[in-house]
Design a protein around this ligand. Structure first.
Ligand code: ADP
Ligand code: MG
Length: 385
């Protein structure tokens, strides 16, 4: 039975025809950009979009970009995948249809060539740098200052939209660049349960077969992912949509025509809902390595592993990551931290469990090991780069 009738609607890059609960953010974004759109060249508009992951920043920006009409063009760069000045400039140039030399130029020269081309081709562009917190302040500064170069461009030809989790990156800029940017903030609060429900409903109606789901299923997902008043570690629409998609897939794979609560449960386990990635990210490097060691040891198949087994695995990992292993007592401290954060469970062994003497058994109850392993090792690798 086909349940997912339109796969592309679940594609992370898909832009739905309307964005429930982001009308106000769209209105603010337009307000900052309106004069530039209506009379291009008149001034230099700047805007900063802030909100946690999955709060709809990128999709709102894309939707705004799609609404722009010539002569104003839109160029959007992910600074997660493009972290250097040159890769960003190349991406912008490519999207705007201008040529810049691939090598041999320094930063300033590259900016000059880029601005010359903008003038020569009579381009007006709104440039969006997404997840800009991945860049160093000096790179961000270059892009903020570029819009002021009206002498080189002959007019105000650039508008700038910066996207970030928090406005902290602004404080890290040098004071004069900060002054140019100002604080034109558009905030994206975490989605509440009701809001997530509406977002799920919109996608389900577009993409899923009629009668393949009850609204109860959507409420269930909204409950797991939506934020309550004042909660900031929840409200991620991406996670919610991911769970719906996986649940639909699971049902389809079993040859069923309906999604059940069990499919949702299984799907939600797959996407790391129990421990938020913020909590994992906040762990010291060697606590991450210890956790990775626990995961690897558990992947051999037993429900529990001993501290000794974990310590052996940890030493191997340290070698892999080129790290000096921390002392036994320090590892105990990290284990307690993992426990108090609810990431692992520990208990003393009992008689008859086939283990000699007294030892501590460690387990992970809620998280799917594969997902956890991927997340942690990516974080550890990132930290060591
Ligand atoms: P962010 O950039 O803030 O991390 P995204 O814009 O990537 O979040 O949104 C995450 C996912 O949720 C995307 O698939 C996006 O299409 C979807 N989404 C977010 N907000 C809405 C909304 N208001 N209506 C419909 N879909 C949304
Ligand atoms: Mg985004």
């Amino acid at each position: 039975m086909k349940i997912i009738l339109r796969e592309e609607v679940f594609n992370p890059d898909y832009v739905p025809p309307s964005l429930p609960h982001r009308e106000e953010q769209m209105r603010q974004l337009l307000a900052y950009m309106r004069n530039f759109i209506e009379s291009p060249g008149s001034f230099y508009p700047r805007v900063v979009l802030v909100g946690r992951q999955g709060s709809g920043k990128t999709v709102t920006l894309r939707s705004f970009g799609k609404s722009l009409k010539p002569p104003v063009k839109f160029a959007h760069v992910s600074c997660f995948t493009n972290r250097t000045f040159t890769t960003i400039i190349y991406s912008l140039a490519q999207q705007l249809g201008i040529a810049v030399p691939k090598r041999g130029l320094g930063r300033d020269e590259l900016v000059n060539v880029f601005l010359d081309q903008i003038k020569e081709k009579d381009i007006y562009a709104i440039i969006a740098l997404d997840d800009v917190f991945n860049l160093t302040p000096d790179i961000i500064s270059v892009f903020i200052r570029m819009g002021l170069e009206t002498d080189k461009m002959g007019a105000h030809r650039i508008g700038l939209a910066l996207v970030s989790h928090t406005p902290d990156f602004i404080d890290a800029l040098d004071p004069s660049t900060r002054g140019i940017l100002g604080k034109p903030l558009v905030r994206f609060p975490p989605y509440t349960k009701e809001q997530i429900f509406d977002i799920l409903k919109q996608r389900a109606e577009m993409a899923l077969a009629r009668g393949s789901y009850d609204e109860e299923i959507l409420y269930m997902i909204a409950d797991i992912t939506g934020a309550e008043e004042g909660q900031n570690n929840r409200g991620d629409a991406r996670l919610a949509l991911d769970i719906l998609y996986r649940a639909a897939n699971g049902a389809e794979e079993e040859g069923l025509s309906r999604i059940t609560a069990e499919h949702v449960r299984r799907a939600s386990k797959e996407v790391l809902v129990g421990v938020s990635s913020d909590v994992l990210q906040g762990l010291p490097l060697h606590a991450k390595l210890l956790l990775l060691a626990i995961v690897r040891a558990l992947k051999r198949g037993k429900p529990y592993v001993t501290f000794g087994e974990v310590e052996d695995m940890y030493k191997i990992l340290c070698e892999e990551f080129g790290q000096r292993p921390r002392a036994h007592s320090q590892l105990w401290t990290y284990l307690n931290e993992l426990k108090s954060k609810g990431i692992v469970e520990t208990r003393p062994n009992k008689r008859g469990e086939g283990l000699r003497g007294r030892t501590t058994l460690i387990s992970i109850g809620t998280e799917p090991l594969d997902a956890l392993e991927r997340t942690i090792s990516a974080m550890a690798m990132n930290e060591l780069r």
